[in-house]
Design a protein around this ligand. Structure first.
Ligand code: CO8
Length: 257
């Protein structure tokens, strides 16, 4: 399949999407959004893929939505097109997605990374929501996801001043899962993705779905949801295999059933 703004590869059971608009620091335009969704459709339909990694270049994961594409849009246009609503499809994928972030993750770039299930950051990563400096605010979930991840005080400060946050502060604040040396970023992300892809795929997806419920419901409802899903896992062959393998002191052989 031909892509203009991304590079799509498979590495074993991992699907890899590399954002590839170097001339614009991987700014997110409509073509890129369409291509990311097309690649994700293919990976989601492929039972051989157990985890997806999204990355950019060493200089930029993505420096935001494409300002040049957006600058002259009118309100009726942006409203009628429901501009960028396609990002909801990215955020609602069922297979696990890891963002491997080096360099700038700004505006929509930071928001895209936060749509993934977790972020592994290179030491040179810089996160920010600088939209306020353009006379707008985050529009791809930044006011909501950043607030949930790092709390109100830091989210407010970042969105109101546009200041960037380095990798170390991002890890301390709960925005990223782990910081790794910049040269090792892709390898570390692929290794992590391979580990996830080697688990039972349905169990991985149920686990992701359960963690995501935490954003939507009260604690008691979330715990009830978790317990029902936990019970349902006993209908899978992989629960039998995983527990038998432990008892028999051998590695499990999951069949994704
Ligand atoms: N959009 C378009 N082009 C961009 C963008 C962008 N977001 N960021 C960088 N570029 C382009 C530059 O214009 C430049 O192109 P050219 O060579 O043709 O002039 C090229 O990339 C290289 O950039 P710089 O020369 O600026 O590189 P520097 O290393 O000097 O600076 C920065 C790097 C600090 C990252 C700088 O490029 C910058 O500030 N970029 C903009 C960051 C920003 O403001 N991002 C937020 C964008 S708005 C947004 O994301 C809203 C999302 C919500 C949309 C929801 C719709 C419903």
């Amino acid at each position: 399949m031909d892509y203009e703004t991304i590079i799509v590869e498979t590495r074993g059971k991992v699907g890899l999407i590399t954002l590839n608009r170097p001339q614009a620091l991987n700014a997110l335009n409509a073509t890129l959004l369409g291509e990311v969704n097309r690649a994700l459709d293919v990976f989601e339909a492929d039972r051989g893929i157990g985890c997806i990694v999204v990355t950019g270049s060493e200089k930029a994961f993505a420096a935001g939505a494409d300002i040049k594409e957006m600058a002259n849009l009118t309100y009726p246009q942006i409203y009628a097109d429901d501009h960028f609503a396609g990002w909801d499809r990215v955020a609602n994928r069922r297979k696990p997605m890891i963002a491997a972030v080096a360099g700038f993750a700004l505006g929509g770039g930071c928001e895209f990374a936060m749509m993934c299930d977790f972020i592994i950051a290179a030491e040179n990563a810089k996160f920010g929501q600088p939209e306020i400096k353009l006379g707008v605010m985050p529009g791809m979930g930044g006011t909501q996801r950043l607030t949930r991840l790092i709390g109100r005080a830091k989210a407010m400060e970042m969105c109101l001043t546009g200041r960037m946050m380095g990798a170390e502060e991002a890890e301390r604040s709960g925005l990223v899962a782990r910081v790794v040396p910049t040269a090792e970023l892709l390898n570390e992300a692929l290794k992590t993705a391979e580990a996830i892809a080697s688990m039972s795929q349905p169990i991985v997806m149920m686990t992701k779905e359960s963690i995501n419920r935490a954003d939507e419901v009260s604690l008691s409802e979330g715990v009830r949801f978790e317990r029902r899903v936990f019970h349902a896992m006993f209908a899978t062959a992989d629960q039998k295999e995983g527990m038998a393998a432990f008892v028999e002191k051998r590695a499990p052989r999951f069949s994704d059933r």
